[in-house]
Design a binder for this molecule. Structure first.
Ligand code: AMP
Ligand code: ZN
Length: 318
């Protein structure tokens, strides 16, 4: 795994129990031993779940990519006694998708956790590698929109009202900064780590890791012997979301705690999650939630179908 946890001097002590310190958390200005750090991660997730008022009675559908964040959130919820099931979308990216599914299987089997794998190709008709050369927009935003819609639909079909994702503090703070930089006020207003269910249309969207940083989750996996798929998606190189997160990380290195403060102050200013259903309608093509007449996924599908048609020989062609 990249970014190995920096080794602390032998004299470093856990600020909680005085045992040998194993991890430094600059944004909290503290050092923890392994056990106290794992408890810190559990507390972060249980505080998030309390804030969202989600009790142990509801079954949670965990969207798992095979990366460190989604495996960590699944593990933490499982440790805290939640009933969970995994759901994975096979995007059809050579080597990457196989390795992702292997990491999920290696995690889930010994813990007896159930999960289902759905293929994008079978569900949507094209996989990501086939979509990329056919559409001129950034593949990350297209892939994200299709994944979101598929996960929504599958959660509804499986009768699950809560869809959990592994988005962490770096993801959420990065997204907020990206939206502010571009003055996308309508997205800024909607961003919250918990969005309530829209009955019949959308499950609740739950991000229990919003209090934990990327490096903390990497350490959590290391200390809990979880072996995630550590590669970044090979198609996402140069994605703007990565650039914004890197910029935030640079600020964080020089001014520890800024990232946390930036996002948490934003959350504090918001009284409650915005009800996402306020201005949402349904797509006239597929009936899925949409802000316009036709959803983004149907627009992509129409372009793919048009491309396919234009390649077919016209009737009467020699
Ligand atoms: P990403 O947008 O790749 O940073 O992923 C954010 C979150 O979306 C992950 O933590 C997962 O919860 C979920 N996710 C990403 N890719 C997949 C996938 N292929 N199948 C299921 N869930 C996914
Ligand atoms: Zn649609």
């Amino acid at each position: 795994m990249e970014n190995i946890i920096p080794k602390l001097p032998e004299t470093a002590k856990c600020k909680k129990c005085k045992a040998r310190g194993e991890i430094r958390l600059p944004s909290h200005n503290t050092i923890f031993c392994r056990e106290c750090f794992i408890r810190f991660c559990e507390t972060a997730v249980s505080r998030a779940m309390e804030k969202f008022r989600i009790g142990n009675e509801s079954e949670l559908l965990v969207a798992v990519s095979g990366g460190k964040d989604s495996l960590a959130v699944w593990d933490l919820l499982n440790r805290l006694g939640y009933r969970t099931r995994g759901i994975h979308i096979d995007l059809g990216i050579e080597n990457f998708s196989e390795a992702s599914a292997d990491a999920i299987a290696d995690f889930a089997s010994p813990r007896n956790l159930a999960w289902t794998r759905y293929s994008l190709k079978e569900t949507f008709g094209w996989n990501v590698e086939e979509i990329r050369p056919r559409i001129r927009r950034s593949i990350c935003s297209i892939c994200g929109a299709i994944k979101r819609q598929m996960l929504n639909r599958l959660a509804m079909r499986e009768g699950c009202q809560m869809l959990v994702s592994g988005h962490n503090l770096d993801d959420e703070a990065g997204r907020l900064l990206g939206n502010i930089l571009r003055h996308r006020d309508q997205y800024v207003d909607k961003q919250y780590p918990y969005l309530p269910e829209i009955p019949g249309l959308m499950p609740a969207k739950v991000k229990p890791l919003y209090r934990l940083e990327s490096h903390e989750l990497r350490a959590y996996c290391r200390f809990s012997s979880i072996r995630p798929h550590s590669e970044r998606c090979p198609l996402s190189r140069g994605a703007t979301s990565h650039i914004v997160k890197e910029a935030l990380e640079m600020i964080e290195e020089r001014m520890p705690g800024t990232k946390r403060d930036f996002y948490f102050t934003y959350l504090k200013k918001r009284a409650a999650p915005v009800f996402e259903g306020g201005d949402i309608g349904v797509c006239r093509e597929c009936g899925e939630p949409a802000y316009q007449d036709t959803c983004g996924v149907c627009t992509v599908r129409a372009q793919l179908l048009a491309g396919r048609k234009s390649k077919e020989p016209e009737a009467g062609d020699a």
